[in-house]
Ligand binder design. Structure first.
Ligand code: NAD
Ligand code: LMR
Length: 329
């Protein structure tokens, strides 16, 4: 018996992440090889034609799991019946734009999208915000969706998590599959804190295996935290395929569960854990099972970690104050 298709809405479908993401969703990599998918694409009106071009190419792949593609410039249509929503489209910072301008411009996108999710999405909706500033955009969307359980709104730090895994693997020579329990804390920004103090390499404490505080503070953390800017510098455009890959990983893990003994990093609404003010959408170590996640509890944080987590969380609190001041919450 074929399963009922899962409706996946993707915003910013004509953008570069969209192009790297949609084919993978349609091929079954987001939800698994047994789950049929219906795609709903949201774009702004001038980009609808480009989205149609991408949809033509998706059709031409003849993906057996894909049951259809709809394209719209109306959030109320695009989120209708959505089970999974990937909010990728966002307003990039342009020349002369202040931080407040950026937050305001994105408020104009994520507030109506949050409302449309509230009014039209399926009861089991899961939302991943990729568009930057991802954590605060997720906060805006969540605030506009009071009827949706807050925990369904998440933001992406899985790309940071994957970047940190690779840096740690390169430093130690350990295969990626041996590394577990790495954590990204805080904001998807340069203040984020990639934490190896609880990570393990083949069961041994990663910080002890590395045993190099200078590398940790002066190479590992800045390399991971500033990797997005470094890719822009070298590639001439922001990360696209790696961001799409992380979005697939995030939702796949949320739906299918974390492996026994391991966890992942997701930015989720804080319940006050680890002193992060309630409601801020901050990255934590999380385990997932049966489509739900839980923040890992009881980790002891040393002073080095505490200072860095506090700095990133303070930035999130400032962003929340800024969007509150703009009437977006
Ligand atoms: P892009 O400019 O190539 O594409 C963005 C698309 O969004 C465009 O096609 C645009 O028309 C569309 N869009 C704009 N406003 C929209 C709206 N209101 N509704 C629907 N679509 C809308 O950008 P990209 O490279 O695909 O990146 C998208 C976002 O992802 C950016 O904000 C980028 O900074 C962010 N990003 C986040 C991470 C992360 O780890 N969280 C990583 C990489 C990129
Ligand atoms: C990334 O981490 O690659 C992006 O968030 C960078 C960006 O500014 O788009």
């Amino acid at each position: 018996m074929p399963r009922t298709p899962v409706t996946v809405t993707v915003t910013g479908a004509a953008g570069q992440i969209g192009y790297a993401l949609l084919f993978r969703i349609a091929s079954g990599q987001l939800l698994g090889p047994d789950t049929p998918v219906r795609l709903k694409l949201l774009e702004i009106t001038p980009a609808l034609k480009a989205a149609e071009g991408t949809a033509m190419e998706i059709d031409d792949c003849a993906f057996p799991l894909l049951t259809g593609i709809d394209i719209s410039d109306d959030p109320n249509v695009a989120f209708d019946g959505a089970n999974v929503a990937l909010l990728v489209g966002a307003r990039p910072r342009t020349k002369g734009m202040e931080r407040g301008d950026l937050l305001e411009a994105n408020g104009g996108i994520f507030k109506p999208q949050g409302r449309a999710i509230n009014d039209h999405a399926a009861d089991d909706i899961k939302v991943l915000v990729v568009g930057n500033p991802a954590n605060t955009n997720a906060l805006i969307a969540r605030a506009a969706a009071p009827d949706v359980p807050a925990e369904r709104f998440t933001a992406m730090t899985r790309l940071d998590h994957n970047r940190a895994l690779t840096q740690l693997s390169k430093k130690t020579g350990a295969p990626l599959s041996d590394i577990t329990r790495l954590t990204i804390w805080g904001n998807h920004s340069a203040t984020q804190y990639p934490d190896i103090f609880h990570a393990e390499i083949a069961g041994k404490n990663a910080a002890e295996v590395v045993n190099d505080e200078t590398w940790l503070a002066e190479e590992f953390i800045p390399t991971v935290a500033k990797r997005g800017a470094a890719v822009i510098e070298v590639r001439g455009a922001s990360s696209a395929a790696s961001a799409a890959n992380a979005a697939i990983d995030h939702v796949h893990t949320w739906v299918n569960g974390t492996p026994e003994g391991d966890w992942t990093s997701m930015a989720v609404p804080s319940d006050g854990s680890y002193g992060v003010p309630e409601g801020l959408i901050s990255s934590f170590p999380v385990t997932t099972e049966d489509g739900a996640y839980e923040i890992v509890q009881g980790l002891e944080l040393n002073a080095f970690s505490r200072t860095r987590i506090d700095a990133s969380v303070a930035e999130l609190a400032e962003e929340r104050e800024a969007v509150r001041g703009l009437g977006l919450l």
